[in-house]
Design a protein around this ligand. Structure first.
Ligand code: CAA
Length: 286
């Protein structure tokens, strides 16, 4: 299949990342069908996309008369069989290995044999996901960044079993979405998280030590390095449970202390302070 022939994409999960991916796909004129386990979550996913597209119109990123056709190309379902006729799948479910493995097993059963199954995972080996399917040559990592409508990068990670044709299709499709592709080996963290997780952990350790205040650590990097967010606000934005989970996977893969999650990060997650999405992390959110 050629990337230009992809007409319908199935997206598994419509949370923070999934909803953004659905929006990006539908904005390119491609039909998007997303899956969530319950009707309530299907509605919540749709509400996220409505809010984000409204913001895009408000900020002049989308002509007002394009919004209704974009929303019209999007549908949600609780049934995996809704993906029986899609041309490509992007899985963006919770970053939990068992959930992802079960999802890939079932996707392999319900989708056409020629369909490429991509995962937005930031840490689970693509080889592991491919191995539970009968098509490991058509399984690939396709890692978007938060928020997907704004961020220009997608990391592609072929496993040792992924074919050249699958990589070419994934590259062509991502470029069709107007994003820039980088390719990395199927090693935990790929490029971005391999670099950013030690940085976030170091910033949290500085705060734990009482070395500087949260405001000063963040101001140092926004004003001193021109980053759009300081490391503590960025960790809140990613989700502290997600940062912890990625750090643990990287630490298990490389046994390198730079990836070891600091105690302060664990305590916040233990307390349910997961960052922006829960209303409190390193900062408080209204
Ligand atoms: N579609 C298109 N554009 C949109 C949009 C939408 N739905 N919603 C907002 N935008 C645009 C806005 O128009 C604005 O563009 P301009 O600057 O040209 O005006 C821009 O996006 C920023 O939007 P806002 O002004 O509403 O918000 P902001 O200025 O506070 O920026 C931010 C928010 C984009 C998140 C910015 O703070 C930022 O870039 N932060 C860093 C994000 C980051 O590092 N993400 C990666 C996280 S790591 C990850 O995702 C991977 C992982 O595995 C952990």
């Amino acid at each position: 299949m050629d990337a230009n022939n992809v007409r319908t994409v199935g997206i598994v999960g419509c949370g923070l990342m999934g909803s953004g991916i659905v929006e990006v796909v539908a904005r390119e004129g491609i039909a998007a069908i997303y899956l969530e386990p319950t009707d309530g979550l299907v509605e919540a996913g749709h509400a996220r996309i409505e809010a984000s597209t409204a913001r895009a119109v408000e900020r002049g990123k989308m002509p007002a008369d394009e919004r209704a056709p974009v929303l019209g190309r999007i549908s949600g379902s609780t049934e995996l069989t809704a993906l029986a006729d899609v041309d490509l799948v992007i899985e963006a479910a919770t970053e939990d290995p068992e959930t992802k493995l079960e999802t890939f097993r079932r996707l392999d059963e319900v989708t056409r044999d020629d369909v490429v199954l991509a995962s937005n995972t930031s840490s689970i080996p693509i080889a592991t996901l491919g191995a539970v399917t009968g098509r490991p040559d058509r399984v690939i990592g396709m890692h978007f960044f938060n928020p997907p409508p704004v961020m220009a990068l997608v990391e592609l990670t072929p496993s040792l079993s992924t074919s050249e044709e699958t990589l070419a299709l994934a590259r062509g499709f991502v470029e069709r979405l107007g994003k820039t592709v980088v390719v990395a080996k199927d090693h935990a963290g790929f490029i971005v998280n391999r670099l950013v997780i030690p940085y976030l952990c170091a910033a949290i350790a500085l705060l734990d030590e009482g070395f500087a205040s949260r405001e000063d650590i963040d101001a140092a990097m926004t004003l001193g390095m021109h980053h759009p967010m300081g490391p503590l606000r960025l960790a809140d934005f990613i989700g502290l449970d997600t940062v912890l989970q990625i750090a643990e996977v990287l630490h298990a893969e490389f046994r390198d202390p730079r990836f070891a999650p600091p105690a302060g990060l664990r305590r916040l997650v233990d307390a349910g302070h997961l960052g922006k999405k829960s209303g409190r992390g390193f900062y408080e959110y209204g």
